[in-house]
Design a protein around this ligand. Structure first.
Ligand SMILES: *[C@@H]1O[C@H](CO)[C@@H](O)[C@H](O)[C@H]1NC(C)=O
Length: 310
């Protein structure tokens, strides 16, 4: 399974996100998360899928070295973002029975690893489709209203920061793997199809009271470890075609976001461009002091050769 190590980029994106919230820390009472493995904090533990990460070495750098169901060695991006806003240190998964509505008042995660904008993507590994994440969110709103009262709940819902991060699986686990979508859509048409779903998703969230949204576009998906490992004829460099597809998708997503910002009252949606940051990290890891162990010694990873990653 693909592990998407984008938390570092996300940590940098905090700055961008702070700009969308625009105001002091205490104006974000909660962080609410939708998406895939890049932000899932453990929902897949509780559903009937093979796509889980509740075993070691996942979580080895998390508190207590616990594999929580985050597809990561430690915390995932929303955890860092919530901490930066002074909200809380970790965003709990909605389906985790260790947490109650009392914990969710300040933030909750509905994300599910392996999901996508396309219903057919979540079907591949039997994970939570995006429409179902919204159903859980509606259920959450009802519980929140019962718990803190109508007025306070409305305030939390409208002032909360919503983080949305998905799309990679639509291309890499669905479109390029199975013939079904390729038979019906060119890549460009499939991008439009996904952006249309994202557009509806934003409208739905807005109609439910959400106002501050950060939507993360695609990272250089052609540089993910499995893509490079299988790029035998490309000398294990990044898959340039996949990266191009990601950039095109991001451009369409950004256009949609600026459109809905104009159309929907009080909406402040931000397109979080993770592509450039991740690409930079991949291109010059030494600048970020990223190291690996070689013959038992910690060694900073050298920058890639000119033109190797394009
Ligand atoms: C995805 O499935 C849900 C539930 O069946 C449905 O309401 C929705 O229209 C579907 N989305 C698309 C884009 O087909």
């Amino acid at each position: 399974m693909r592990l998407i190590y984008i938390w570092l980029a996300w940590a940098i994106l905090i700055t961008q996100v702070i700009m969308v919230a625009c105001k002091p820390r205490n104006n974000v009472p909660a962080v609410i998360v939708f998406g895939d493995s890049s932000v899932d904090s453990g929902n897949n533990n509780k559903i009937a899928t093979l796509l889980k990460s509740n075993f070691k070495p996942y979580g080895r750098d998390f508190e207590g070295g616990r594999p929580t169901g985050r597809f990561c060695n430690g915390r995932v991006p929303p955890d860092f973002i919530a901490e930066a806003f002074g909200v809380k240190k970790n965003i709990p998964a909605y389906l985790d029975p260790a947490y109650t509505i009392d914990d969710f008042v300040t933030g909750v995660c509905f994300a599910s690893a392996g999901t996508g904008y396309d219903n057919a993507t979540s079907d591949v590994l039997n994970v939570i489709p995006l429409w179902k994440e919204i159903e859980f969110y509606k259920e959450y709103q009802a519980k929140l209203r019962a718990h803190v009262g109508e007025e306070k709940a409305n305030e939390i819902i409208s002032e909360a920061l919503y983080l949305i991060s998905l799309g990679t699986n639509d291309f890499l686990e669905n479109y390029y793997i199975f013939p079904t979508r390729q038979l019906h859509f060119t890549v460009s048409q499939y991008q439009d199809f996904l952006v249309d779903i994202a557009d509806n998703f934003v409208r739905k969230l807005h109609s439910l009271g959400a106002r501050k949204l950060s939507i993360t576009g695609l990272v250089p998906i052609g540089c993910l470890p499995l893509e490079r490992a299988t790029n035998i004829f490309g000398d294990h460099g990044c898959n340039k075609n996949y990266n191009k597809v990601a950039l095109q998708f991001n451009a369409k997503l950004e256009k949609m976001i600026s459109k809905v910002n104009k159309e929907l009252p009080q909406l402040k949606a931000l397109s979080a461009n993770a592509y450039d940051i991740v690409f930079d990290i991949i291109s010059r890891p030494s600048f970020y002091e990223i190291s690996h162990k070689k013959n038992g010694n910690e060694e900073v990873i050298g920058d890639v050769k000119d033109g190797f990653v394009e």
